[in-house]
Design a protein around this ligand. Structure first.
Ligand SMILES: Cc1cc2nc3c(=O)[nH]c(=O)nc-3n(C[C@H](O)[C@H](O)[C@H](O)COP(=O)(O)OP(=O)(O)OC[C@H]3O[C@@H](n4cnc5c(N)ncnc54)[C@H](O)[C@@H]3O)c2cc1C
Length: 413
């Protein structure tokens, strides 16, 4: 099996992107924006184990209408809903924020189309990195490339720059303050469903013996729904353990109406993990979920990855260096951390906390907070909307954790 004649000549690349998933392909698409400009374009190889892409997940996020890629977004909602114990709060924005849905198949199709038009970038599917070596003048990677009969071939390549989107070996999701675990079904109903066209982003928030959970229901069309069961848990339970309950939820939503399952999706997203230590070798950077791409308090990562990809591509083109995930502002980090600690310690109050936010904070303020773009007064509104007492002890714990970390860092210097 050949990587391609053009790429075989030297097996030496300016940039290797390990992993053609959300981060890897986002970066490749951003790099392609510079293709027509009169600059030397980095010879780039993307290494991806998959043989082909399927619609394996849906990416949702809040954004202003003029900021979205209309080619990717298949559906947007004007109204989103939070509910618990039959009380519901509906939010809609005056500033033009909506909740958007990108089926991953739209994203993968677009990425493959763009990459195939650029002779300097190759997406090598059916391949994985099995070994890495670092010397002062280059990085060596051993690839295992296989065909559909599972015959494998080993290939040595060299590069000057690596963006690695795999989960780094030292990153342990089990140490995350909380884990967002979900299992969901996209279904087609025989008759039109009767749900309103609202995104039920945190519906029927409740607590059981295993902690905080809620339903996530998106009416994708008049006869199609995405229905997921989500937990914020302290322990790393396998998403598959939620399947039976998620299916019960589908049956509850559909009642007597017939439906067929179109696809299933599930995952575990770490909420609040320490970022991997910055590697001293500036020729390699980690990106994506394992490098802390998800917002700690929400688990949302898609939009953050797009923002990182823009900046990283610009750095690669202009300086020949890749950029790490963008850090959150300290206040945001602090608030997220207190919120997560509080829910971890006392999951029973989670529905009350989220409902207070939905009840007391204006839609635009809350959505700016959720979309990582709060201003100072938004942060104040968020803080004052919540009951002080349950958050106080977590705030103290966070304060002491920060002092301990500072002392530790000083001792290390
Ligand atoms: C089902 C699901 C739904 C989600 N929904 C949302 C959402 O609605 N909104 C949101 O903001 N976030 C969402 N997320 C979170 C996040 O946006 C996604 O997990 C996103 O795909 C993370 O991007 P990534 O590049 O870090 O990982 P991935 O997209 O998983 O990419 C990593 C890539 O590395 C490849 N790889 C692994 N090992 C090797 C190897 N040895 N060599 C080469 N390549 C390798 C993998 O095949 C994969 O393609 C969701 C996550 C899941 C799992």
């Amino acid at each position: 099996m050949r990587i391609s004649t053009a790429f075989d000549v030297s097996k030496n690349f300016d940039l290797v992107i390990i992993g053609g998933g959300c981060s890897g392909l986002s970066l490749a698409m951003e790099l392609c924006r510079y293709f027509d400009k009169a600059i030397p374009f980095p010879r780039t190889l993307i290494i991806e184990p998959r043989s082909h892409y399927i619609n394996d997940r849906s990416w949702c996020f809040w954004d202003l209408d003029d900021q979205i890629d209309t080619e990717l977004v298949s559906k947007s909602w004007q109204v989103w809903e939070f509910s618990s114990e039959s009380i519901s709060h509906k939010h809609s924005s005056l500033e033009g924020w909506r909740y958007h849905h990108v089926p991953s198949s739209n994203f993968y199709d677009k990425a493959e189309k763009i990459i195939s038009k650029n002779p300097h970038i190759k997406l090598q599917k059916n391949s994985r990195v099995v070994n890495e070596s670092y010397s002062p003048d280059h990085i060596g990677l051993t690839l295992e490339i296989y065909d559909r009969y599972k015959h494998t071939e080993s290939l040595e390549i060299t590069t000057n720059l690596v963006v690695d989107t795999r989960i780094p070996p030292e990153v342990d999701f089990s140490v995350a303050t909380l884990k967002q675990i979900f299992y969901g079904f996209e279904i087609k109903t025989k008759n039109n469903h009767k749900l309103k066209d609202n995104a039920m982003v945190m519906s029927n928030m409740r607590v059981d013996a295993d902690g905080f959970l809620f339903d996530y229901i998106l009416p994708l069309g008049h006869d199609s729904l995405l229905i997921e069961l989500t937990r914020f848990a302290v322990t790393s339970i396998h998403p598959k353990t939620l399947r039976t309950n998620a299916l019960e939820l589908v049956n509850k939503v559909c009642g007597d109406s017939a439906y067929k399952i179109v696809r299933e999706e599930s995952g575990l997203i770490p909420m609040g993990i320490p970022r991997p230590e910055k590697i001293k070798d500036h020729r390699i950077i980690f990106a994506g979920l394992g490098a802390g791409a998800a917002r700690p308090s929400t688990g949302y990562a898609f939009r953050r990855i797009q923002n990182w990809a823009k900046i990283c591509a610009k750095e690669i083109i202009s300086k020949g260096k890749a950029a790490n995930n963008l850090p959150d502002k300290n206040t945001l980090k602090w608030m997220d951390s207190i919120f997560l600690r509080t829910i971890r310690k006392n999951p029973k109050i989670a529905p009350m906390l989220f409902m207070k936010l939905a009840q007391n904070v204006q839609a635009d303020v809350l959505v700016r907070f959720l979309a990582d773009k709060p201003n100072k007064s938004d942060l104040a509104s968020i803080i004052f909307s919540l009951p002080i007492m349950p958050l106080m002890s977590s705030a103290f714990m966070e304060f002491f954790a920060q002092i301990q970390a500072t002392i530790r860092n000083k001792k290390c210097l």
